[in-house]
Design a binder for this molecule. Sequence first.
Ligand SMILES: [Zn+2]
Length: 88
Amino acid sequence: MVLSCRHVWDYISGYLDNTLDAQTRADVEEHLAHCEICSAVLDSTRNILILTADDRVFELPLGYSERLHARLAQAMLEVPPPTNESSP
Ligand SMILES: [Zn+2]
């Protein structure tokens, strides 16, 4: 099964919590292997989880997930198409 980025974002917290079933986890890992955006999202989310694990008084604001998704959607729109800027 091929996952879209949005599906992967929904699975990332479960991925980090290790609550996904084996097949879903495999699908997510396959997507992450070739998607820089989702890899970045995974890193960011993992960093947030580490912060929250270290400091229990830190709480994510309500709506955080929705805003994260909106920001990601915006970021995807802003990703420039591949160019050959490496040539002088
Ligand atoms: Zn992706």
